[in-house]
Design a binder for this molecule. Structure first.
Ligand code: DAH
Length: 338
């Protein structure tokens, strides 16, 4: 019996080296380990072995079976990796790749990036504030009296606790001055919220870009120069810009800025694009009270502020007729702004 097992072992190990494919390997497995395989038949001979020889024969039988099984699985792995290598040889690495469709920046982000880049070159740093605000930061500190229409329930989203979704980014003017002594030169892009009926020119959630510059002897000339430069960098160097007297509670004097645009095929006309003005002394007084110091004493410092709506800017720049296109995320629209 032991001799026979040895013979089977030796035959198996030499036969397996000749095998070239998985079918051959399976046939080999059956011929040794299958129901009528050599090893199985040899095992059947166990019953004729003398009782005292059985343990040694059984042990030898198991060893040979393990050795053959191990050889089969090793050969199987080898055949598989050879097959993988052949497969890899068949890959045509000169085949052009499949293009990944590329997205692009949203038009609002594009115009914001451009405005921010221009203003940063002029020394403005980015600032931000919370979208959920106190009435103090949104109105009182900005010299907006309790009976001002902007404070009305029907114009503004209030929370139970009296806070509100900021109606403009001018809140960041106050927050900046509360934490930073002059000089400050900041811009604050961000969301603003109003209880507006949504239509072709209104959204209840839109984006503004706020600016504030406070130092000793900041003048209206600085305001004009800065905003003319900004608007011309967006709309073109020769764009006419005009400042029209207006009213905002937090600036005095205040202006609306118009630019002259030639709509295709139509007569050019003035279009309102931003609000601005010289920071009202009452705003400095409110900030001084909150800071409990005189860093922003209106006798010492002056400043200008401005705010513009980014959706409006984009609509004018690209001739977008309906503001809702900017939030629908329809790729047929967005693809036009690569
Ligand atoms: N906060 C104003 C608005 O939402 C825009 C504005 C006007 C901002 C004049 C300013 C400013 O900083 O000086 O309508």
């Amino acid at each position: 019996m032991l001799k026979e097992l040895e013979a089977i072992h030796a035959d198996a190990l030499s036969a397996i080296t000749e095998i070239a494919d998985t079918e051959g390997l399976e046939a080999f497995r059956i011929s040794y380990l299958g129901r009528k395989g050599r090893l199985t038949l040899a095992a059947a001979g166990m019953k004729d072995i003398a009782k005292e020889d059985k343990p040694a024969a059984g042990k030898a039988l198991n060893e040979v079976r393990d050795a053959i099984s191990a050889a089969i699985s090793e050969k199987g792995n080898l055949l598989q990796s050879e097959a993988d290598a052949r497969e890899a040889d068949n890959v045509d690495i000169t085949l052009p790749g499949r293009p990944m469709p590329r997205g692009s920046r949203h038009p609002i982000s594009q115009i914001l990036d451009q405005a921010v880049a221009t203003l940063r070159r002029m020394g403005f740093a980015l600032a931000s504030g919370p979208e959920i605000e106190t009435e103090w930061h949104c109105f009182d500190a900005l010299n907006t009296p309790p009976d001002h229409p902007a404070r009305n329930e029907s114009d503004t989203f209030y929370f139970e606790d009296g806070r509100l979704l900021r109606t403009h980014t001018s809140t960041v003017q106050i927050r900046t001055m509360e934490t930073t002594p002059p000089p400050v030169r900041v811009i604050a892009p961000g969301a603003a919220f109003r209880r507006d009926e949504i239509d072709a020119t209104h959204l209840s959630n839109f984006n503004q870009l706020e600016g504030l510059y406070v130092d000793e002897e900041v003048s209206l000339a600085d305001l004009k120069g800065t905003l003319e430069y900004l608007l011309r960098s967006i709309f073109g160097e020769k764009t006419p810009v005009r400042f029209r007297p207006h009213f905002f509670p937090f600036t005095e004097p205040s202006f609306e800025i118009d630019i002259m645009l030639e709509a295709q095929g139509k007569k050019s006309k003035w279009i309102e694009i931003a609000g601005c003005g010289m920071v009202d002394p009452d705003v400095f007084n409110a900030v001084s009270k909150s800071r409990a110091d005189s860093a922003y004493c209106p006798e010492k410092v002056s400043g200008f502020a401005f705010g513009l709506g980014l959706e409006r800017l984009a609509m004018i720049l690209w001739g977008i007729a309906d503001i809702r296109l900017l939030i629908e995320n329809d790729v047929r629209f967005l693809r036009q702004f690569p």
